[in-house]
Design a protein around this ligand. Structure first.
Ligand code: NAD
Length: 315
């Protein structure tokens, strides 16, 4: 069993990752500054002797003894990462430098939660890992996209220069319980709007496509990646290749919540990619992995979570 550090452990993905690692018998240190994460996300783990929390900002160095590091700390939705764009870049870049420095000192294996955003507005479809991307370096999304790209660069330079054991996963849209209800991400947005009986806002004409991966599937792939042989670094795409239009998603959420919400259309934000779909051939070959949960089943669990969450918030 390993001592595992999860940065961003109180966030949506991080909390699921901590939960799974604790269940596997690891000692987990969750580090978070609670910018977008919350103690509520990890409340059920508090008191477990294998679980420890530390409030810390990854833009500052950290000195702890661990065997593995999952580096997830970074706001992930446009609303949050554009709130303080300079801090977003710092979190990705200084955070990566600090965590890589730590991994080097204690000889830990380190995994970076990168993103499909490194492909920008892609010119090839679906996206394979060898594609270098089509990213605007000076736009509103750049603090996130370029921050993550620079973090990848740092990971590969630490690997080449210092022989660090690194893994880079490129995560595509993931959804599930504990998503932030107000962060503007499409699945949570639609569910919260539908449950509240409000109109569902679609940016653009709704024909842009996305692929959605359920969180449990994603966490499984992340842990498998961490446990690949040392000569495997990635980058490796993880996500669900099954594509839906945004409009289809909205209609499915309305049907499943029994809501009377109507669809309303607003202009597409700048740099919003029109199409995003992972090629997961590498994940299939190296991890023996592919998503198992259908969108409908995943939406059911997510809608249940938000029903409970909204009820609790109203009380
Ligand atoms: N959810 C997705 O669909 C998705 C897709 C691609 C990539 N990712 C990546 O996965 C990671 C987790 O995303 P998420 O969806 O769970 O988002 P999230 O916002 O729920 O989690 C991020 C966590 O990092 C913490 N954090 C932010 N800045 C920090 C800092 N400076 N120091 C310490 N902690 C800090 C936040 O408080 C939060 O708990 C992110 O790195 C994100 O870029 C997520």
């Amino acid at each position: 069993m390993a001592k595992v550090l999860v940065t961003g452990g109180a966030g949506f993905l991080g909390s699921h990752l901590c939960e799974r690692l604790v269940a596997q018998g690891h000692d987990v240190l969750c580090v978070d500054n609670y910018f977008t994460g919350s103690r509520a996300n990890i409340a059920h783990l508090i008191g477990n002797p294998r679980f420890e929390i530390m409030r810390h900002d990854v833009t500052f160095p950290l000195y702890v003894e661990v065997d593995q590091i999952y580096n997830l700390a970074c706001p992930a939705s446009p609303i949050h990462y554009q709130f303080d764009p300079v801090q977003t870049t710092k979190t990705s870049v200084h955070g990566a430098i600090n965590m890589l420095g730590l991994a080097k000192r204690v000889k830990a294996k380190i995994l970076q939660a990168s993103t499909s955003e490194v492909y920008g507005d892609p010119e090839i479809h679906p996206q394979v890992e060898s594609y270098w991307g089509h990213v605007n370096p000076i736009g509103l999304r750049s603090c996130y996209d370029e921050g993550k790209r620079c973090a990848e660069t740092l990971f590969f330079d630490y690997w080449r220069q210092h022989g660090l054991r690194i893994k880079v996963v490129r995560i595509f849209n993931t959804y599930g319980p504990r998503m932030h209800p107000n962060d503007g991400r499409v699945v949570s947005n639609f569910i919260v709007q539908a449950l509240g009986g409000n109109d569902i806002t679609i940016y653009g004409d709704g024909r842009q496509t996305r692929s959605f991966c359920y969180v449990d599937d994603l966490i499984e792939a992340m842990i498998r990646t961490m446990n690949t042989p040392n000569d495997f670094t990635g980058p490796i795409n993880i996500g669900n290749p099954r594509e839906f239009t945004i409009r289809e998603l909205a209609e499915q959420v309305i049907a499943m919540t029994g809501s009377r919400s109507k669809l309303v259309f607003e202009p597409l934000p700048s740099d919003d990619p029109r199409q995003r779909q992972p090629d997961i051939s590498l994940a299939r070959a190296v991890l023996g992995w592919e998503p198992t949960l259908e969108l409908r089943a995943g939406l059911e669990r997510t809608i249940d979570y938000f029903r409970g969450h909204l009820r609790a918030a109203a009380e």
